[in-house]
Design a protein around this ligand. Structure first.
Ligand code: AMP
Ligand code: ZN
Length: 114
């Protein structure tokens, strides 16, 4: 996807502060953090959002979940906990249309989702 911001980050065309990477998954710091730890976890193929997950690309999603605990350790939030958020579409507040999970932590988060 030529015009996708996160595909450009994967390709190294746009810089990012990398936290974790393997064959399937890239995690990097959010440019506008809303918590002391705010990391974006993305698949290394273009999947637009959760509506775009299918039998062929589901491996990337399961690899993201497999990587979460390691990313949490790297970010020093494994013990105290964190929140994973995935926005989908206009009403979900998604602004970058490449599937991503926000890992938020480093302080006690509010108890509301909305
Ligand atoms: P969402 O609103 O769920 O689509 O989240 C998109 C996130 O991407 C926001 O939290 C932005 O701050 C973040 N973001 C946008 N551009 C960049 C960038 N170049 N590097 C890191 N994070 C970014
Ligand atoms: Zn993309």
């Amino acid at each position: 996807m030529e015009d996708c911001l996160f595909c450009k980050i994967i390709a190294g065309k746009i810089p990012s502060k990398k936290v974790f990477e393997n064959e399937y998954v890239l995690a990097f710091e959010d440019i506008e953090p809303v918590a002391p730890v705010h990391v974006l976890i993305i698949p290394k193929v273009h999947i637009s959002d959760t509506n775009d997950i299918n039998d062929e690309n589901i491996i990337y999603v399961s690899e993201i979940y497999k990587a979460v605990k390691e990313i949490a350790k790297i970010c020093n939030v494994a013990e105290d906990g964190y929140r994973l958020i995935c926005n989908c579409g206009k009403n979900g507040g998604q602004t970058v249309h490449h599937l991503h999970f926000h890992m938020l932590g480093g302080r006690e988060l509010g108890d509301k989702i909305v």
